[in-house]
Design a protein around this ligand. Structure first.
Ligand SMILES: C[S@@+](CC[C@H](N)C(=O)[O-])C[C@H]1O[C@@H](n2cnc3c(N)ncnc32)[C@H](O)[C@@H]1O
Length: 389
């Protein structure tokens, strides 16, 4: 449960509650003024309602990073943390274009539901009645609430007759300490089993998902918002286009990398440029495919850094100019950094053990240049690459 009662939500949505929300918005409390705002508003409104309105105000401010209309939406702390951001939700919802009626199972506060309801009639199910009520209120912000049929139930207990497509985002958080890392509620296997009952299924999962748990014929999509790896989606055969793909959302652009089979990628000494692949690419296991698509080489057959002789612009990797390339030796490295006028360092560690935080402090120079140090292996040897963006 969410720790926010249905009665409290209804009270916040009542005329008095809406007036209170307006007052809170106008008074714009900050951590420094919240106590004073609270005391002022308690003279006019029920203290419990004031506390709820202040919490909602704080959550709406945080939610602005995920939702453009956050200021009119309703959240629990947990519901917001688990909610899909708008851009990813819209991207995933597009996959269901071939479906008619849909169900959003485990809809939470409606992050995905809002995007799905843009084009579909939808059954929305969550066993937490507060999350469900918030999901309906949140779809109302875009005028789509009348396309949503809410149902407070355990998703395992509901029939899915007449539904063409299911989107399911099981809870992954250790709510009340019940879930361990890698577990979900309902479990991933149950969600995958929905494909035996419904033609098209999309299952949201943790980005760290073991590829072995993706059934044959399904597609695995790793999705990053910029360089932040956010989600994994498992698409049932009716929705899958390829076995694996990496998607990078950049502003309004969507970039997709798919497997590109071919000859083994050559392994060469690091050249003038180093490519640091987006985490969606590395987690999708598509580093060699990226190398083939860019005509880049690897610096080691087990390391996810690529190298090229010329600068390349790609949404799937950060391109760094190599200023120095040397075997890993801390004393020599310090001298090389000093010679390059290094100041603060970003360390990217791949394939070498070491305490990055301690090294960042030890190697930080007094110079002006912010540099990147790739701490890695080249052709099996511990290697250092001092780079600039
Ligand atoms: C990860 S959140 C969903 C987030 C949502 N997709 C969004 O973007 O806002 C998971 C939700 O699953 C619900 N849940 C977990 N197990 C459930 C079950 N067996 N039946 C129904 N709902 C369940 C939780 O109450 C929670 O709201």
């Amino acid at each position: 449960m969410s720790g926010f009662t249905l009665d409290m939500l209804r009270a916040l949505q009542s005329p008095a509650g809406l007036r209170l929300q307006g007052r809170v918005r106008d008074m714009a409390p900050t951590p420094a003024t919240e106590l004073r705002v609270n005391q002022t508003l308690r003279q006019e409104f029920d203290p419990a309602l004031v506390a709820a309105a202040l919490t909602l105000h704080e959550l709406r401010a945080r939610a602005a990073a995920k939702f453009t209309r956050a200021d009119a939406m309703y959240f629990t702390r947990d519901g917001l943390e688990q909610a899909s951001g708008e851009r990813i939700a819209r991207h995933c919802a597009d996959r269901f274009a071939i479906c008619g009626s849909l169900a959003d199972l485990c809809c939470g506060i409606g992050g995905d539901l809002i995007a799905l309801a843009d084009h579909h009639e939808l059954l929305a199910v969550d066993r937490d009645p507060v999350h469900l009520a918030m999901a309906v209120a949140n779809t109302d912000v875009s005028g789509a609430a009348d396309r949503v049929q809410p149902l407070a139930a355990d998703v395992r207990d509901i029939p899915l007759d007449g539904i063409d497509g299911v989107f399911i985002d099981p809870a992954r958080r250790a709510g009340a300490g019940r879930l361990r890392s890698g577990e979900s509620e309902p479990p991933l296997e149950w969600a995958i089993g929905l494909a035996a009952r419904v033609p098209a299924v999309g299952v949201k999962a943790a980005p760290g998902i073991d590829h072995a748990s993706v059934p044959r014929g399904w597609g695995l999509e790793l999705i990053a918002d910029g360089t932040d790896l956010k989600e994994a989606m498992l698409w049932s055969p009716a929705l899958a286009t390829v076995s694996r793909q990496a998607t990078v959302l950049a502003g309004d652009d969507i970039h997709t990398l798919r497997p590109l089979p071919g000859d083994p990628v050559p392994v060469v000494p690091p050249g003038r440029y180093l490519l640091d692949p987006n985490p969606a690419v590395t987690r999708a296991g598509l580093v060699e495919d990226l190398a083939r698509s860019l005509d880049a080489a690897m610096i080691d057959d087990r390391i996810a850094f690529l190298t090229t002789g010329a600068p390349l612009k790609t949404p799937f990797a950060r391109t760094l100019r190599v200023l120095a390339s040397l075997p890993w030796h801390e004393k020599r490295l310090r001298a090389a950094l000093r010679a390059l006028d290094a100041g603060p360092l970003d360390i990217r560690r791949r394939g070498l053990a070491g305490d990055v935080e301690a090294l960042t402090k030890r190697l930080r120079g007094q110079g002006d240049r912010r540099l990147t140090l790739a701490m890695t292996r080249a052709a099996g040897q511990p290697w250092a690459l001092i780079c600039e963006s």
